[in-house]
Design a protein around this ligand. Structure first.
Ligand code: UD1
Ligand code: MG
Length: 450
């Protein structure tokens, strides 16, 4: 009796249907519109091939357009029947809540998400056309996330974190982050958008990250849906995420589950069409690529992840699905922040004779390595993450392999073909997600009391 009514199946079916449209739409439109993009000078050369033929760039714009149009078409489905019917459940009536109200709040969540996605599309496309500088493009996703934060605030979203057991003596059970939590969420949008963009440059890399992350999110959402409501989540990563019953945090209890189900349904509605559109694009972006994603795809997919993480209140679980991106970002920091020279492209080096990829290098030419950069690079080298070359006369570092996860793979596993490197990246992303699920649902019960 405590369990929620059946899920709003018509809306879910509509969402699955639209996602199939998304897949077919990108499968068909990417090759159909490619020549138009080339005519508009939106084209790039594949850096890791021998041929020179122009490849349409910024195809993420097509994906984003299909995605956003389908999300808009979906509004009537989700807001005329399903959510209202869902709200009219006998259960809600028993709780004494208003029965026939229109879910304005859900609509606010939905529309603010769309707004953020549109801003990400615009920023990504502008970046493709104008190559915006780092310091200019970093703050824009932060501004784009303000609507999300206001909606989060309007439902008094939690801003405190449950402290892991080993740290409780120091910090107490709950850490009230207050405004800092909003800063964290706005940085999340910048991180999600840019971290995919800097793990890029080989065919299929950007979109395959998006595919694996969206699949992981979908799987995680399904765990919260009504048919899985008996599922127990012994993990209070967030106090409002569940209801504590008999010492166990459980999604299966009435009030907690109703909110949880609504949030995860919404997340599902945003992730399913994204997966569709990305799978269609991946077909054309797979080695040898006939279309390039451009920054637009990186920004839109990253923003979509930030949106669902914030709106459905699982931003910390979301970050767990970004383990390879976090690693790549931390590794890249010395180059991003100017300690080590950062060439325009850090993609691996292509050897046309063997058709194999090798780690690419960054050279200290006019600038000598500072004490700090020498220290960091020596540390990386000790960890086996870079290969250093030294100046014979001065003994200083003369060059290093570029600080990206792709170069680390090539360094550790040896030179390989481009498609094989993409497969290594995908496997790493899948392993990252498995680790994420283990941390979220397995390990956490050791670190948090139930
Ligand atoms: C980011 C990376 C850069 C990397 C580039 C590749 C950082 C700080 N920046 O820059 O190191 O070289 O992405 O995407 O890490 N391309 C290919 N094959 C592909 C995809 C892209 O050759 O599968 C090339 C094409 O020439 C394409 C260009 O990369 O035109 C796109 O680069 P762009 O997205 O503009 O680079 P950034 O995002 O600025
Ligand atoms: Mg890019």
């Amino acid at each position: 009796p405590l369990i929620d009514p059946a899920p709003p199946l018509p809306a879910l079916h509509a969402s699955v249907g639209l996602s199939i449209f998304a897949l077919l739409g990108s499968l068909y439109l990417i090759p159909a519109l490619g020549p138009t993009f080339i005519r508009a000078n939106l084209k790039g050369r594949d850096l890791l091939k021998t041929y020179d033929s122009p490849i349409p760039e910024s195809q993420g714009l097509i994906c984003a357009s299909i995605y956003i149009i389908l999300l808009i078409l979906f509004i009537p489905y989700v807001f005329t029947e399903s959510i209202t019917k869902y709200h009219d459940s006998p259960q809600r009536a028993r709780e004494g809540l208003v029965v026939d109200e229109f879910p304005h709040h859900q609509l606010a969540v939905y529309l603010s998400s769309l707004l953020s996605l549109l801003m990400a599309t615009m920023l990504g496309f502008l970046d493709d056309v104008f190559d915006i500088r780092w310091r200019h493009k970093l703050p824009i996703p932060i501004i784009a996330s303000i609507p999300l934060l206001i909606v989060y605030h309007s439902e008094r979203g939690a801003t405190d974190v449950v402290v892991p057991l080993p740290l409780r003596w120091l910090l107490g059970t709950l850490l009230h982050l207050g405004p800092l939590y909003y800063v964290y969420m706005s940085l999340l949008s910048t991180f999600c958008t840019n971290s995919i963009n800097i793990l890029a440059g080989i065919n299929g890399s950007e979109v395959s990250q998006a595919v694996v992350i969206s699949l992981s999110i979908i799987l995680n959402d399904l765990l919260f849906l009504p048919w899985a409501v008996g599922f127990r989540i012994p993990l209070p990563l967030h106090v409002t995420d569940g209801v504590k019953v008999g010492g166990v945090w459980s999604a299966g209890m009435a009030y907690g589950s109703r909110i949880l189900v609504e949030r995860h349904l919404l997340s599902l509605y945003f992730m399913l069409p994204l997966l569709g559109v990305c799978l269609g694009f991946m077909y054309h972006n797979w080695y040898p690529a006939r279309a390039f994603p451009g920054d637009t795809l990186c920004y839109v997919t990253g923003m979509a992840f930030a949106v669902v993480g914030i709106q459905a209140h699982y931003s910390k679980t979301l970050l767990l699905f970004f383990l390879p991106q976090i690693f790549n970002f931390v590794l890249s920091c010395p180059q991003l922040f100017g300690l080590v020279p950062c060439p325009r492209h850090r993609v691996p080096r292509f050897d046309p004779d063997t058709q194999l990829l090798h780690p690419s290098r960054a050279e200290f030419k006019d600038k000598r390595p500072s004490r700090l950069s020498t220290l960091v690079l020596r540390l990386y080298s000790a960890l086996g993450l870079v290969d250093l070359a030294f100046d014979e006369k001065t003994g200083e570092i003369a060059s290093t392999t570029n600080l990206t996860i792709l170069n680390v793979f090539l360094l550790r596993f040896g030179p390989r073909r481009e498609d094989s490197l993409t497969r290594v990246l995908i496997s790493t992303q899948v392993c990252g997600s498995l680790v994420a699920f283990f941390i979220r649902y397995g390990l956490a019960s050791l670190v948090y009391d139930g």
